[in-house]
Design a protein. Structure first.
Lengths: 93, 93
């Protein structure tokens, strides 16, 4: 499912005009992105939490050529599914 | 500071496009739709944000880190998140 499917689904299920469903979804993901950009965590009960993980600089290698590459420090968002989501996904296994 | 569901709801109703109750319902519904899709084994792709995928993990031999005992971990199904390039750039920008 992609974002437009999600908008359509929310619009139908909530009986909400398409542009409002789109607004809710855009605000939802914008708010999470903004928090992460500011190094803040996000915690949505039942769904999951996002945290920023920081990685230091290291010297890597191009796996093809074996050439050394300096990798600069970076931050990556990390998602941990919440209890409800974990259990619901597991139960279908 | 951690962003929570209450902050997301507040952000929606502060826009005055939806009232407080509608905002809360829309956020709950949005989360429920994503959970249902993931539960059904579908991926959820949000352009500019990232992709939530469902992955099957095979059973594997593990160890209880506390007692050192060997044990077999049952096959699992888990949700993973891969941030989009756009989000990664913004976070490191």
């Amino acid at each position: 499912m992609n974002k437009s499917d999600l908008i359509e689904c929310l619009s139908n299920e909530m009986n909400l005009p398409f542009h409002l469903a789109e607004f809710v979804i855009d605000e939802f993901f914008d708010a999470i992105s903004e928090a992460l950009i500011q190094d803040e965590g996000v915690q949505i009960r039942g769904f999951g939490s996002f945290t920023i993980r920081k990685y230091g600089a290291y010297t890597g290698r191009n796996p093809k050529t074996g050439e050394k590459i300096d990798v600069s420090p970076k931050k990556l968002p990390f998602f941990r599914p919440g209890k409800e989501l974990r259990e619901r996904v597991m139960s279908k296994k | 500071m951690t962003l929570t569901k209450a902050d997301l709801v507040r952000r929606i109703y502060k826009s005055k496009k939806l009232d407080k109750l509608e905002s809360a319902q829309a956020i709950e519904r949005l989360l429920e739709i994503m959970k249902q899709r993931l539960e059904a084994g579908e991926n959820v792709l949000i352009s500019g944000f990232g992709k939530f995928s469902v992955r099957d993990k095979r059973s594997r031999r593990g160890r209880n880190p506390h007692t050192g005992e060997d044990l077999i971990l049952a096959p699992r199904r888990v949700v993973t998140f891969r941030p989009s390039g756009v989000l990664r750039k913004k976070i490191n920008g």
